[in-house]
Design a protein around this ligand. Structure first.
Ligand code: ZN
Length: 332
């Protein structure tokens, strides 16, 4: 029997109460991008801080310029045990469009998935509330069995991961001595498939921009001005269409500056992996990849930068028609 087996057995025995904790957390609508949910974000942070305190952490909810952080420390077997920093986030994405939900997003429940497997329904369950709890519940089981942790542990949970983490850098800089660690673990990634956990060694970052095009000084009737007045929607359309060339490369000047080529040996491994798995696009109903030519889908997806348009708005898109040439159009 390995050293860990009693701990793993304890996590199994704890499952019921672990689920209760998860469901309590999922019930809090901690939508970080919506200011109307600021109090809910704080509530989720407090819930986690209290839970960690109950497990023997020195935990607190810490104010930032935005939603609060949860920071918690736990001593190890000795003062020079290695120090691990564990990161997760308690905030979630908005829930629109509500009519596509088959159950209320903040009323967690256990249901049956497409393959007959048990699934948990509820916003944030798979990003990142259950992930962060897997780690915390592992700590709980370990302590129950062994009494203490073999490592010094600092936990940091943020509440702005889903809205660009504006407070993360200033908070980390202001508290760098306290948060300095030998290892950092992030549990905010996916599984390889339903049965295969994976360790993610890197992630792409994100830069967001909004383009706003203004033309006439007011919305115009297309009967009166169509054909002579510039239409911001057409201009946005041309800009968006021009973001990629016919070979799938992004045309923005300097876009690939500093992007390193994937090493050949890594490419070979990824090619083998891609051949051994179901088509990457299968599960989303697609078959032909876009993006740069002559690169595997895994390389495009894992190692190459991408430029995606997330939304275009302007003019009229409600029921029926409106003969408008809008004064303004935007793309994100
Ligand atoms: Zn996440």
């Amino acid at each position: 029997m390995s050293d860990l087996e009693p701990v793993l057995a304890r996590t199994e025995a704890n499952l019921e109460s672990s689920l209760e904790t998860l469901f309590d957390l999922v019930r809090v609508p901690s939508i970080s991008t919506d200011p109307a949910h600021a109090a809910d974000c704080r509530k989720a942070a407090q819930l986690l801080s209290d839970y960690l305190t109950g497990l023997g952490f020195d935990a607190s909810v810490r104010d930032t310029i935005g939603h609060p952080m949860v920071v918690a420390h736990h001593e190890g077997a000795s003062p020079d045990s290695p120090h691990f920093l564990f990161y997760g986030h308690y905030d979630v994405q908005p829930v629109d469009p509500l009519n596509l939900w088959t159950s209320p997003p903040f009323e967690p429940s256990i249901g049956v998935g497409a393959k007959g497997q048990k699934i948990i329904r509820g916003r944030g369950t798979c990003d990142d509330k259950a992930q962060l709890l897997t780690f915390i519940e592992a700590v709980r089981a370990y302590k129950q069995v062994r009494g203490n942790l073999p490592i010094r542990l600092t936990v940091i949970f943020e509440g702005e991961e889903e809205c660009g983490s504006p407070s993360a850098r200033p908070f980390l800089e202001a508290n760098k001595e306290e948060l300095k660690a030998d290892y950092a673990l992030v549990c905010d990634t996916g599984m390889w498939d339903d049965d295969t956990p994976s360790i993610c060694a890197g992630l792409r970052g994100l830069v967001g921009e909004e383009i706003r095009i203004f033309a006439a000084n007011q919305d115009l009737h297309s009967g009166g001005y169509g054909g002579i007045a510039a239409n911001p929607l057409h201009i946005i359309g041309r800009i968006v269409a021009g973001l990629h060339d016919d070979n799938g490369r992004v045309t923005l000047p300097g876009f690939y500056d500093g992007v390193e080529e994937t090493p050949a040996d890594l490419k070979a491994v990824w090619d083998r992996l891609e051949r051994s798995m179901p088509h990457v696009l299968d599960r989303v109903g697609l078959s032909i990849p876009v993006g740069e030519k002559n690169r595997s889908m895994l390389e495009l997806n894992w190692a190459r930068p991408t430029a995606e348009v997330n939304g275009i708005s302007g003019g009229y898109s409600g029921q029926g028609f409106k003969t408008v040439i809008p004064a303004e159009a935007t793309a994100k």
